[in-house]
Design a protein around this ligand. Structure first.
Ligand SMILES: Nc1ncnc2c1ncn2[C@@H]1O[C@H](COP(=O)(O)OP(=O)(O)OP(=O)(O)O)[C@@H](O)[C@H]1O
Ligand SMILES: [Mg+2]
Length: 333
């Protein structure tokens, strides 16, 4: 009923489809016409600074607020017209896990509370919780330990299990890695990737952390309520000069003056910092320009230790922000 047939460009099924979405709070537009999609089983990262509108997107997808204009579909269903169905299709993991967890109870007991809200039977809930928690690396001891005695990363995983308790095809996570140390951030992302792989769950992950991009099949960059970029990490990185490759120059020391002189080399379109005393140069045809650049550096009497051809990564892309200056466009299709 009311299902919309949304197909991606390769006839793949669009699990999430957001079309020219605008959300106004009074006269302020938190979202100013946002469009993006995720196919089934994708791992979509929504990245943006504080206030960019990330949580507002999730609140639309969970049906908590209505758009001012535009449309949002989950599984082909309009989120504004099928709210009961949407709550079954979408799992939600809030930013602060204490909003979803009862600390005096064990993960299994927490799952019972949550599962009952979806009308599931206790036996079903236990089976589902055990299978999700096992994928999330929990053994019998952790499954039956009180939440207040679990570590931060373990609590985060319990809260992910609660979002998954009704077996939703889509899981929305609001900053699942914020507040965790580097090791736990990667551990949590690896577990999410495992769920995505084993259960086929489409993941939408909000973050202001570029680290998540390594895990994502597609990325949305939100800036002040607008999408500045949308595409696969590879598509976005390949819009840089060098199409995914750059020249890394190691120096004895890196000063603002040296940076300015390197930037002034005509072939060099952008530079990014790469470690303490190195920069990456983004130029067209870095293979062909490898030797000419070395000659140039010698001519300029710039004391460098080495030059190598390296891959460009998303951190470079985000430092350089090619879309800001020359308007290399997004890749929404
Ligand atoms: N209910 C509301 N009433 C008025 N303004 C709101 C409301 N909710 C959000 N906003 C504003 O909309 C903008 C986007 O908010 P949102 O919560 O989506 O940002 P965010 O990208 O999730 O930021 P953060 O990374 O800090 O969580 C902000 O400027 C915020 O102040
Ligand atoms: Mg937010």
């Amino acid at each position: 009923m009311g299902k919309r047939n949304t197909k991606g460009s390769k006839e793949t099924y669009r699990e999430i489809d957001i079309i020219d979405l605008k959300v106004a709070f009074g006269s302020f537009y938190a979202l100013k016409g946002v469009s993006f999609f995720a196919n089934k089983k994708e791992f979509l990262g929504v990245i943006g600074a504080s206030g960019a509108g990330k949580t507002t997107v999730l609140r639309i997808l969970t049906g908590q607020i209505k758009p001012t204009s535009g449309q949002a579909f989950v599984g082909g269903y309009d989120v504004t017209k099928q709210s009961r169905l949407i709550s079954l299709l979408v799992g939600y993991v809030p930013q602060l896990e204490h909003l979803s967890l009862y600390y005096d109870f064990t993960p299994l007991q927490n799952a019972q509370f949550f599962g009952r809200c979806y009308g599931l039977r206790p036996k079903e809930i236990e089976e589902r919780a055990r299978s999700v928690l096992t994928i999330l690396g929990f053994d019998e001891e952790l499954i039956t330990k009180r939440v207040d005695r679990l570590s931060g990363g373990e609590r985060k995983r319990v809260s992910i299990c609660l979002g998954m308790i009704h077996n939703p095809p889509v899981l929305l996570l609001d900053e699942p890695t914020t507040g965790l140390d580097a090791h736990l951030r990667h551990e949590t992302l690896n577990y999410l990737k495992m769920l995505n792989y084993e259960l086929g769950t489409t993941m939408v992950i909000i973050s202001h952390d570029l680290e998540i991009v390594d895990y994502c099949t597609r990325v949305v960059l939100l800036e002040d309520g607008e999408i500045s970029q949308f595409g696969t990490p590879e598509e976005l990185i390949s819009t840089l000069p060098g199409k995914g490759e750059s020249l890394r120059v190691s120096l004895h020391a890196l000063t603002p003056e040296i940076m300015r002189r390197i930037q002034a080399i005509p072939e060099v379109q952008y530079i990014s910092l790469s470690g303490r005393n190195a920069v990456k140069l983004f130029i067209d045809d870095p293979h062909d320009n490898f030797l000419p650049i070395i000659h140039k550096l010698n001519e300029m009497k710039l004391p460098f230790e080495g030059v190598e051809l390296v891959e460009s990564d998303f951190f470079d892309y985000f430092q350089v922000k090619p879309w800001k200056e020359n308007g290399i466009g997004g890749t929404i299709s």
